[in-house]
Design a protein around this ligand. Sequence first.
Ligand code: NI
Length: 253
Amino acid sequence: MRLIDTHAHLDFSHFDTDREAVIARAREAGLLAILNVGADLPSSRAAVALAERVDFVYAAVGVHPHDARMVTSATIEELRALAQHEKVVAIGEIGLDYYRDRSPRPAQRRAFASQLALAAELNLPVVVHSREAHDDVLAALSGWNGQGVLHAYAAGLERLDEVLALGFAIGVAGPVTFTNARRLRAAAATVPPERLLLETDCPFLTPEPYRGRRNEPAYLRYVAEAVAHARGETAEKVAQMAADNAMRLFGIL
Ligand code: NI
């Protein structure tokens, strides 16, 4: 199966004791590429360092809405400098999270806007996080000229058309394998073939049959299988289609 994991956090401490083994298992599982997505400045630096060291790992740099209150003009300067690296292929993960509200909402909106502007300036796609904040995320993106992915899509069909109308791709992760995820499976079955991406969001969102344990890129095949089942297609075809989309969006391989 030809797979690309478009959202991984291999720099997180969850992998400190066995990162090399996790990367080796990903290679054995047929992963063509892994996009390691930064969550703050140290994580973005680590993502670039990992991408520099491991041939099939690429990096996105950005500050997650949880840490939006830390974003200053100096932060944007450093992201701009990090993004010069040839293996940085996106700005992310950026967005809004009104579920946890770890940063004040005005600070989240400012950090999102300044990183969207950076992505436009650098002509890079964005990896967007949206939790309980779809109205404001869609409003910010509708006034922005660029491409990207709404990662770990969790809504049903009702928000799908709005995201697709923006030209964005839909990132599907492990929850699509859960027994009770009928609405998400319906959305995954409806995404146009050229807009579907697969991701783990590891160490989080672990698919069945490993739900409850730490997630890793080698488990991406379970996401591909669940999406394929929902679409009435083979897992090989879905994996190839999503890998082609990832290569096109992020300009990799
Ligand atoms: Ni993430």
